[in-house]
Design a protein around this ligand. Structure first.
Ligand SMILES: CC(C)(COP(=O)(O)OP(=O)(O)OC[C@H]1O[C@@H](n2cnc3c(N)ncnc32)[C@H](O)[C@@H]1OP(=O)(O)O)[C@@H](O)C(=O)NCCC(=O)NCCS
Length: 153
């Protein structure tokens, strides 16, 4: 498996297919914004041969903070380290680009079980909860904000 920048329309469609197969995490509205972001923002994909296994879409909030807008791994391949490997790649890329923190906004509905795994994933990878915003204006629902400092390895 390698991680590389998303380059083709075919790869973009493969990313959307991955997300569509994860309806517990991505609803119609989310998928619409994702489609726009996949065209506009920087995305890295994990690939094995021709198969796209996962992706991470990034957007600078300013010159020091980089937000992970979207990330997902093919449903049947989750829990095998692919998400972590993409994150390591993103962290290196972000450091080299002069960013100092990574930011992720995720569901703040702590009673919604699918996001327990997502929160575990970020926390295991060194992300720290800094705020629960309820409601987050752009979403109309709770958002949990995580940051990860990029200083040192
Ligand atoms: C979150 C996600 C990108 C992580 O990628 P991944 O390749 O599954 O994660 P990894 O294998 O690298 O890391 C595993 C860790 O993540 C967590 N985890 C998340 N989903 C898991 C699953 N289905 N099975 C096992 N562990 C899972 C656990 O903390 C696990 O650590 P552990 O094995 O020590 O318990 C992926 O599971 C996914 O696509 N989730 C659905 C969409 C989503 O939540 N996206 C983020 C929205 S903000």
């Amino acid at each position: 498996m390698i991680v590389k920048p998303l380059e083709s329309g075919e790869e973009r469609l493969a990313c959307l297919e991955i997300a569509k197969a994860l309806p517990e995490w991505f609803n119609k509205v989310g998928l619409k914004s994702m489609e726009r972001d996949l065209e506009k923002e920087k995305t890295f994909i994990a690939v094995e041969g021709d198969e796209v296994l996962g992706f991470a879409t990034l957007k600078p909030l300013n010159d020091k903070a980089l937000e992970i807008l979207w990330t997902a791994v093919k449903r049947e391949l989750r829990g095998k380290g692919i998400g972590t490997e993409m994150l390591r790649f993103v962290e290196r890329w972000a450091r080299e680009g002069g960013f100092e923190v990574l930011v992720v906004k995720t569901s703040g509905d702590l009673s919604y079980k699918p996001y327990d795994e997502t929160r575990r994933f970020y926390e295991k990878n060194g992300f720290v909860r800094i705020a629960l915003i309820d409601p987050y204006p752009e979403w109309g629902e709770e958002a949990l904000i995580y940051v990860r400092c990029l200083h040192k390895g």
